[in-house]
Design a protein around this ligand. Structure first.
Ligand SMILES: Cc1cc2nc3c(=O)[nH]c(=O)nc-3n(C[C@H](O)[C@H](O)[C@H](O)COP(=O)(O)O)c2cc1C
Length: 404
């Protein structure tokens, strides 16, 4: 869909690309911008909106990663997990993210994705800080166990390689400031043949608090020399993305919460990386049109199940309306919508001529909060090696449900 745009006071007048294309193994991504995998958010419906926005200025839209799928659920061919690894007809490259703690299960899951031609790229999740994941030694807790991390990355790369599918790693800085793992994990992953590494520049203990430590991205860029290093954390605007690249030397950016309720951010990002200062500034009518289209895409994603589609859409409402004077009643009604007809009615009563509210619609959104003591398996930090007891339990520690 087209969007109203305005042009910034020219930052630079010469339209020149900021970075070369991002090379992820055999995949060339002309605009070095990645939609971060977000469980419960980056399903096919939302990715479609983001991709359309990214392409709306005439540039390559970038790379859009699906929600994480757990390796065990995929191997068990759980229906909802298989749904996560579905893509739009014209979605290319198709990018999936796998989470797991057992090398054999991760290898088997990647073999399914790559061998059955379900995606073109597989990212591995070593960044998730949520207790249900770290308690089992997964996500951001895992790189602390050096050998286990090595075995998982190796299993994934070996399963994907015969099919020409590149594997990438997404991680945090470590567990906390006293247990940093990212430089070592980055080098290990590079030596095992991953196609890129991405760093969310926070520790598990930081959770989503404070601000991301972009200096860590610069350090990772110095440590990992042969594959692209992608920076992630607290990009809320195209200008933030350009600043991250300038300050860290990153080869590309990964954008998560900043696009929640603002898929058009990808139009700004694509433009910015091609040296163009045009930015999308939607009025409320365009926001409403986007929400409605999101609703239609959600229903399609759930195979025509209107109830499921609308329930999944509800969480996006507050993000979409951030900064617009939409009124409490209208917001509440939209957050309880259950049919597409209801969605239409409730959008139509908004004052659709409201213009873009400026910075009230921008800035931080989504998960935040204070630092948290990470939940870890008993004795996890005592050693960098896995104890025999936990090793035997690895398969059980695999989550059987995706998302979260
Ligand atoms: C709702 C939500 C779900 C997330 N799910 C995942 C996930 O499935 N896999 C993953 O690697 N990271 C996940 N993340 C982390 C993001 O990919 C990203 O690293 C993080 O939000 C920092 O980037 P940002 O500051 O641009 O949001 C999630 C974050 C949020 C807010």
């Amino acid at each position: 869909m087209g969007y109203v745009t305005s042009t910034l006071d020219p930052v630079s007048t010469d339209a020149a690309r900021v970075l070369p294309p991002l090379q992820i193994g055999p995949i060339t991504v002309d605009t070095p911008v990645v939609l971060a995998p977000m469980a419960g958010v980056t399903n096919r419906a939302f990715r479609t909106l983001c991709r359309e926005a990214g392409a709306s200025q005439g540039f390559d839209p970038g790379l859009y990663v699906a929600e994480m799928v757990t390796s065990r659920a995929l191997v068990e061919r759980n229906v909802e997990s298989l749904r996560i690894v579905t893509f739009g007809d014209d979605e290319t490259p198709r990018s999936a993210q796998v989470y797991g703690v057992d090398p054999a299960t991760v290898g088997a899951a990647v073999a399914i994705i790559a061998g059955e031609d379900r995606a073109d790229h597989v990212d591995l999740n070593f960044g998730c800080p949520v207790p249900k994941v770290t308690r089992r030694g997964g996500g951001s807790a895992l790189p602390w166990k050096r050998q286990l991390f090595t075995d998982i990355v190796r299993a994934a790369v070996e399963a994907a390689e015969p099919h020409g599918v590149p594997v990438t790693v997404k991680m945090r800085k470590g567990i906390d400031d006293d247990h940093l793992t990212y430089l070592e994990a980055g080098r290990i992953a590079e030596s095992l043949g991953v196609a890129a590494v991405a760093l969310h520049a926070r520790t598990a203990a930081d959770y989503y608090s404070g601000t991301a430590d972009w200096t860590a991205i610069a350090r990772l860029k110095e440590a990992v020399r042969t594959v692209p290093v992608l920076g992630n954390g607290d990009i809320w605007s195209a200008e933030d993305a350009l600043r991250m690249v300038r300050e860290t030397g990153a080869d590309g950016v990964v954008v998560g919460r900043g696009c929640q309720g603002r898929p058009w951010l990808f139009a700004d990002l694509a433009a910015a990386f091609h040296g163009v200062t045009t930015r999308v500034r939607p009025d409320l009518r365009e926001v409403a049109d986007t929400v409605y289209r999101h609703g239609e895409l959600m229903i399609d994603y759930y195979d025509g199940d209107e109830g499921k589609g609308m329930r999944d859409l509800r969480k996006h409402m507050a993000w979409y309306l951030k900064g617009y004077a939409a009124g409490g009643d209208a917001r509440r009604a939209l957050a309880m919508v259950s049919t597409l007809a209801e969605l239409r009615e409730r959008l139509d009563v908004l004052d659709l001529d409201l213009p873009y509210p400026g910075e009230d619609a921008e800035g931080p959104r989504g998960r935040a909060g204070s630092p948290k003591q990470p939940h870890l398996p008993y004795g996890w930090l005592d050693s960098r090696d896995l104890d025999a007891e936990f090793e035997a339990k690895l398969r059980e520690a695999e989550l059987s449900v995706s998302g979260g």
